[in-house]
Design a protein around this ligand. Structure first.
Ligand SMILES: [Zn+2]
Length: 118
């Protein structure tokens, strides 16, 4: 038997960009586009050793500051997860997954050397 109860759970109601000061509430478009970074500085950081640093950035500021350095990954894996979460996604998704799987298999076949893997 499970005996139910209710408890209060904290959540981020509003997030504010530490660079430009823009704010979004949890139910507003753009809230999910904020990036939060936390880092605990170790002894090799010398003067920051032991500090726990945090920063929250809206997407425009995140892109302005880090965009020149970021790497853009293919979203095929994300699409696969999205398809699992929502089977009603359009058929072009399936084409994308099939193309991705074909590409992966072709790469593996190119590396396959008969006799070496027996
Ligand atoms: Zn900002």
């Amino acid at each position: 038997m499970k005996i139910q109860d209710v408890k209060l759970v904290s959540f981020t109601h509003t997030i504010r960009c530490d660079k430009c000061g823009s704010e979004k509430q949890h139910d507003e478009p753009g809230f999910e586009e904020f990036t939060s970074i936390e880092h605990h500085c170790g002894y090799t950081t010398v003067e920051d050793d032991g500090k726990h640093i945090e920063i929250d950035l809206c997407y425009p500021c995140f892109k302005e500051l880090l965009g020149p350095y970021w790497r853009v990954r293919s979203n095929r894996i994300d699409n696969l997860q999205a398809k699992q979460d929502n089977p009603e996604l359009p058929g072009e998704f399936v084409d994308d997954v099939v193309a991705s799987m074909k590409e992966c298999l072709e790469q593996k076949l190119e590396r396959y050397e008969p006799g070496k893997h027996e």
